[in-house]
Ligand binder design. Sequence first.
Ligand code: SAH
Ligand code: F3S
Length: 501
Amino acid sequence: MQHFAIVTFGCQMNQHDSDRIAEVLRGAGLSQVPEPEAADFVLLNTCSVREKAEQKLRSEVGRLGVLKRERPGLVIGVAGCVAQQEGERLLKKLPQIDLMIGPDNIPELPALLADCEAGGPPRVRAEFDLAAPSFLAHNLAQGPALGSPSSAGRSTSAFVTVMKGCNERCSFCIVPYTRGPERYRPAREILEEIAQLTQVGVREVTLLGQTVNSYTDPSASFAPAAGERASDWQHTAHERARADESEFPELLHAIARRAPKLARLRYTSPHPHHLTRSLIRAHRELDVLSRHVHMPVQSGSDRILKRMIRRYTVAEYLERVTALQGAVPGLTLSTDIIVGFPGETRSDFEQTLDLVARAGFVGVFAFKYSERPFTPALKLGDDVPESEKSARLAELFEVSNAIRQRYLSSLEGSELSVLVEGRGKGGQWGGRSERNEIVHFSSPHELAGRLVQVRIVRANKNSLLGELAETVDALAPAEFAASVAEPMAAKPLRRLPLSPV
Ligand code: SAH
Ligand code: F3S
């Protein structure tokens, strides 16, 4: 077996997993090809958070089944949430599949493949590593195939996992079932990985976790800062507010100290609960933190939030994000929203529209509610008609797009600091501003991985067009060239459309 291909469904977390799986397979001597047609082993890395994940998987397996008839040696594997969720059941339904592997079993993949090659029967490995959790880290020895969200061919950005699993029980969500309980990565491992990434030219790190800001160091290396545990939220009971404190702010400070060359630090996805006073303080104190935060709210109706078991009210959410914006002028927010949750009335939905306007979200990732196996919301039924869900989704997008457009237009004439990711198809440079806006501009110079100032001349629907004002990189060009990793040889992953979280 020589060549493998990975097809990724789902979120950034899954994309990150795919990148790390590719490293595990390369470490076992295989080489990656972009298309399944040229591969001996095709791994479908699945997501079951929304949509009809199994249907999507079925059609992809069907397509690969045709290939397999031509080439009986082709091995088909399924990884990710669907593998964890369905296990043996799916093998029975889709006999073309040779192996299934859960998110915590990735390191065992080469051994499973070897069994397969030796003629072993189809296998499922999907067990949570509760006793000794492991975390997939970048394998820098293998060179620069980092999971750059830009996919622009340069490794300026990287994801770093800080925790996995989820202890929340949002009634609509399958993640606690497919990813298991929360497990945290030791801080020293996280700090070491980030320091190494900056050594090879990574300038921006996004910390990943399902409730990333609930982080607590399992090796207990952080001393709680004096006075940090008191909380004066008006809308949250004192005891609850104290319980919301985590060691995430300490982790952010430690990263800033350990990796001073880092230009930007982001995190996704936080839970509003753990948006605490200490985290807000970290945002005020640490310049490296992005001035944009994605803070899923899900609904603007207290009644629906309760049914969703989100464990906050609209007032609590607003109090916390308003305090954050007060501490960091110009900080923008984006969010996730579900429309058509069981029992959502027109009036509940209007409260959501109202919240979107009040919070001024510059990005709204909205989804129609879909029933997920094993979730508590199943017993609520799915009583909002599909046509009504679609209408609400369209209306929500209309409101949120207008807010976004006004916001982007307000940036015309301003200068933004842009971390350049790479050249797009038309030859223009593309990068992201401090607040995560996509910015394009032209320049004959080699600027990948650089921080530049760009004057914005026009706001497009989802991006900004500008002119280069100045290159403001702290690194001298020679030092920079030596520190930046090589361009990726070829775009190794076939990317399916990714959702933001
Ligand atoms: N832990 C992350 C990711 C959860 S899944 C978080 O808290 O944000 C990503 C998003 O998918 C959720 O925020 C929610 O908006 C949406 N989602 C999850 N389950 C869903 C369902 N059953 N139907 C529709 N949207 C769903
Ligand atoms: Fe899902 Fe809620 Fe956790 S949305 S991932 S159960 S915070």
